[in-house]
Design a protein around this ligand. Structure first.
Ligand code: HEC
Ligand code: HEC
Ligand code: HEC
Ligand code: HEC
Length: 292
């Protein structure tokens, strides 16, 4: 009896371990599904995306990245699309709100998002199309590719549905500010440390202090969220984008200032709803930055 029970125990232990392995494997498979099962898979292999699809390719990354000959005029990694000049956009400014403090500089990664989301060019406009050859410095569309779905204009340019605003256009005055300094006008005192991550001080106490650190020799800024490890930059933090100029008289003089861009709130590869870096439960996204 004793032995039998032991056997049963160790058997159920084994079953439990096997189950644990199976669950882990399932978890891993879920994580691997990644961008393929999201709206950012525009290729012919995404059956789930009935709104947009081109028969031009089954690749996924190529709509945004290329391993070679990428667009170095935009601050997005290995970007495979031409982008419009920052001056093409009307931004959220004092014309819209009397309480806005930060200055706007539309030269950052938001231009990469807008290369599809402003609706001005076909979404398969690429610098380096799939396969051998297919390079066009100014970008060209996949020849023979046919676009289907109701939220594109027939040539692959994004259009809005009556109940869905994915095409933001070039007038961004009705969108959360992007290309804008963090902290209601930047970091003013304390600020950037020279080595490890530390808290910068906000010029405006309405914002939560950002973290910063030297990563790969470059000044990196972010706002910690409750997800993941505090004090470490992770994709579940609100990522801020460092750039010149620094504020005059700033204690961080010589250091680049943090800016908010589309990719501060969104991770284009995320499986969270609306590609948010963290779920917006109880407005967690908004409250990560705004001290309200
Ligand atoms: C819809 C556009 C889009 C697609 C499609 C896309 N990416 Fe990205 N990717 C971006 C943008 C924008 C960034 C920069 C994000 C940031 O600043 O955090 C980026 C960043 C990255 C990075 C560096 C930062 C990070 O998040 O790890 C890697 C690596 C990467 N992408 C790989 C891929 C691969 C591999 C694929 C295809 C399976 C892919 N991406 C598909 C837009 C895209
Ligand atoms: C290659 C074109 C392309 C690029 C570049 C691109 N997107 Fe998208 N994005 C799409 C398409 C297509 C959709 C689906 C829209 C729809 O269903 O109406 C989409 C949808 C979204 C959505 C809504 C998702 C939802 O579930 O409703 C968000 C948010 C988004 N994109 C953010 C971004 C951000 C942020 C960037 C830059 C980091 C970016 N996108 C770059 C093509 C693109
Ligand atoms: C400050 C944070 C923040 C910034 C910056 C931001 N977004 Fe969003 N975005 C959100 C949130 C939150 C949602 C979800 C809204 C909802 O649930 O309706 C969203 C939704 C969207 C959607 C889906 C449409 C909708 O409202 O359902 C698209 C497309 C999108 N964003 C694209 C962009 C692009 C492109 C940029 C840059 C030009 C950008 N976002 C900048 C927070 C942000
Ligand atoms: C990554 C940090 C960040 C996140 C996340 C964020 N914001 Fe902001 N928000 C800013 C910055 C920076 C400004 C510009 C403030 C300034 O310069 O005065 C701003 C401006 C605003 C404004 C305009 C303020 C004015 O004076 O006109 C509103 C309203 C706002 N945000 C609401 C939201 C909401 C709602 C969310 C969540 C959906 C959100 N924000 C998420 C950083 C963020």
């Amino acid at each position: 009896m004793f032995n039998h029970t032991m056997e049963k125990r160790s058997l159920s232990g084994r079953v439990a371990r096997l189950l644990a392995v199976a669950v882990l494997a399932l978890g891993a498979a879920g994580a691997h599904a990644g961008i393929a099962n999201t709206k950012h898979n525009l290729g012919a292999n995404n059956a789930a995306n009935e709104n947009y699809m081109t028969t031009g390719t089954t690749e996924i990354c190529v709509f945004c990245h290329t391993p070679h000959a990428s667009n170095t005029n935009v601050k997005a990694p290995l970007w495979n699309k031409p982008v419009a000049a920052g001056s093409s956009y009307t931004t959220y400014t004092t014309a819209v709100s009397a309480t806005i403090d930060g200055s706007v500089d539309m030269s950052g990664i938001s231009l990469a998002c807008l290369s599809c989301h402003d609706g001005t060019q076909a979404m398969d406009t690429m610098i380096n199309k799939p396969g051998s050859g297919g390079y066009a410095a100014g970008g060209s569309v996949i020849s023979g590719g046919v676009w289907t779905g109701t939220r594109q204009d027939g040539s692959g340019k994004m259009i809005n549905a009556a109940d869905f605003i994915s095409m933001l256009g070039t007038d961004l005055t009705n969108d959360h500010p992007v290309g804008i300094q963090y902290c209601g006008g930047g970091v003013s005192t304390g600020g950037a440390s020279t080595t490890a991550a530390s808290s910068g001080s906000c010029r405006d106490g309405d914002f939560n202090a950002p973290q910063d650190g030297l990563i790969g020799g470059h000044r990196a800024w972010w706002v910690d969220t409750s997800v993941g490890t505090a004090g470490t930059r992770q994709k579940t933090d609100m990522i801020l984008y460092a750039r010149a100029p620094t504020l005059t008289g700033d204690a961080t003089s010589g250091q680049h200032q943090p800016f908010v861009e589309c990719a501060s709130c969104h991770d284009p590869h995320s499986e969270n709803a609306t590609f948010l870096r963290i779920p917006n439960t109880q407005s967690a996204v908004c409250l990560a930055c705004h001290n309200k």
